[in-house]
Every structure is written in C-alpha cells, then in structure tokens.
Design a protein around this ligand. Structure first.
Ligand SMILES: Nc1ncnc2c1ncn2[C@@H]1O[C@H](COP(=O)(O)OP(=O)(O)OP(=O)(O)O)[C@@H](O)[C@H]1O
Ligand SMILES: [Mg+2]
Length: 133
C-alpha cells in the first residue's frame, strides 16, 4: 500500500474547497488521469457539502487503497449528524430535504466504482466510495 492518507475536517465552505483540491492532488499522485481526478474531486465535494448542510460538521478521509494488484482511492465521509431515515429515497435522483437538486448522492455513486452508505437515525452517516485506477 502506498500509504497516502489525508484527513480533512469539514466545518465550513473553505473546508469543502480544501477537500476538493486535496482529493484532486491525491488522485493525481495515485495515478488517475485528469478526467478521473475531476470525477473524484467532484464526488468529494458533494459528500463534504452534504456533511456541512445536513450534519454541520464531519470529516473526509482520502486514502490510497490496494486490492489484488489494483490501486485506487477511497473516500470516507463521516459525520455524527441526524442520519438518513430512508436510504433508497435519499439515493433517488431529485429527492432533497435541503432545497438542493437531489443529485449529490446518486451523482457521486455514478462517478465512483464502489459506493456504500452506513447510516443510523440520530447517530450519523458514513459514506464510503472507491475508484480504481
Ligand atoms: N450526511 C448526511 N446526513 C443526513 N442526511 C443526508 C446526508 N447526506 C444526504 N442526506 C439526505 O439525502 C438527501 C439527498 O442527498 P443529495 O446529496 O443526493 O441531494 P441534496 O443534498 O438534497 O441536493 P444536491 O446535492 O443536489 O445539492 C438530502 O436531501 C438529505 O435528506
Ligand atoms: Mg447533496
């Protein structure tokens, strides 16, 4: 394993910019091309934006991962906010409780190769997404 691991606390708008650019440079050093770098940084900013909007604060981890000879990036967006009561609904394009477009989560899933959400009402949300080079 390459061992790149970045931790970006999300507390305000500037942290979203930081997470986004950190994701782009990490993706570049892992070996992703420009188009994938942009996909990955977009996914990170959507998840960070959700943290800020729905949970107020949280953390985004960006790390290099390896599996069976493949190299990739793993994004973990973690918060201790309200959680998501209906995951299927949350993953539906156009569904929003925050006056958004309701495109962030389904869009992020499309941008990445693997995507999972672990959430519990009253406890928080952990979104894990991976993409392979
Ligand atoms: N971290 C989170 N904690 C609690 N609820 C969340 C979180 N992330 C998403 N949600 C819920 O899932 C819904 C869908 O999220 P999604 O990012 O797809 O759309 P949106 O944030 O509403 O709009 P957009 O991302 O297009 O601006 C949100 O409206 C919200 O109800
Ligand atoms: Mg969103």
């Amino acid at each position: 394993m390459g061992g790149i691991e970045e931790t970006v606390p999300i507390n305000d708008e500037y942290d979203i910019v930081t997470a986004r650019s950190q994701g782009k440079s990490t993706a570049a050093s892992i070996g992703f091309g420009l188009v994938d770098q942009t996909r990955i940084s977009t996914a990170i900013s959507e998840l960070a934006r959700n943290i800020l909007r729905y949970a107020d604060s949280g953390v985004v981890y960006i790390r290099e991962v390896a599996s069976e000879g493949a190299t990739g990036v793993e994004i973990v967006a973690e918060d201790h906010g309200p959680g998501i009561a209906d995951l299927e609904l949350a993953m539906t394009n156009g569904h929003t409780t925050g006056g958004g477009l309701g495109a962030g989560l389904p869009g992020t899933k499309r941008l990445m190769d693997e995507f999972e959400i672990d959430t519990e009402v009253g406890r928080g949300t952990i979104v894990t997404a991976r993409k392979w080079v």
